[in-house]
Design a protein. Structure first.
Ligand SMILES: C[S@@+](CC[C@H](N)C(=O)[O-])C[C@H]1O[C@@H](n2cnc3c(N)ncnc32)[C@H](O)[C@@H]1O
Length: 186
């Protein structure tokens, strides 16, 4: 566990502009994020920015046997680590979350039930974060949720503009730094 944290720290520091942090999410934050998801009856769950898999492993524990989890991770070191999880319901892509529409079509899916994201939206180029939010809305099924954590409420207006105001905020103090959770419903 300690070794995993050190490895994450080193890799995240090297690629700080896309990682946006140096510590993995706390178990309190992961638990709070996943409590917003309806796992039952989900066919496809997508995770953005899986890093070293701290959220991925917890999602896998909660998946129904027929549900698939697709992870988007641009960092090659993290991608190779995620592939080692080697779970039959898990598909790991070394692709940007911007490409969600095309990628899930290639896998034979039309819509996504829920998206869980730990992307550092505030650190990504504006166009990239805008595209990710818009494309995610497009691929979600009706009532599907986009769950995103951030260290500020700066994205509230942008999420509300796309998710027709169906956006709520939660807060997890036990994380470094404390984090806001955006719960956006289509
Ligand atoms: C804050 S870290 C989160 C890591 C881990 N999920 C956690 O919660 O501790 C953000 C991750 O997003 C990845 N990332 C950044 N931009 C991305 C993009 N456009 N598409 C997919 N992954 C991206 C980074 O490589 C990094 O692993």
């Amino acid at each position: 566990m300690k070794h995993k944290k050190v490895k994450f720290f080193k890799e995240a520091l090297k690629s700080f502009k896309t990682s946006g942090t140096i510590t993995p999410s706390s178990r309190f934050l992961v638990k709070r994020m996943l409590s917003k998801i309806e796992f039952k009856d989900s066919k496809l769950i997508v995770e953005y920015g899986s890093g070293n898999g701290i959220i991925t492993n917890e999602i896998l524990k909660k998946l129904e046997p027929s549900t698939k989890l697709v992870c988007f991770e641009v960092n090659e070191v993290f991608y190779n680590d995620l592939k080692k999880i080697n779970h039959k319901q898990l598909i790991v892509l070394n692709t940007s979350a911007e490409d969600i529409e095309g990628e899930i079509k290639k896998l034979g899916f039309d819509k996504v039930d829920n998206i869980i994201s730990s992307l550092p939206l505030a650190m990504l180029p504006k166009e990239v974060s805008k595209t990710i939010i818009a494309n995610s809305y497009e691929v979600l099924k009706e009532k599907g949720r986009f769950i995103q954590f951030q260290y500020s409420t700066q994205f509230l207006k942008q999420f509300k503009a796309i998710f027709s105001k169906k956006v709520k905020l939660d807060f997890e103090p036990l994380n470094l730094p404390p984090a806001f959770i955006y719960i956006c419903e289509k």
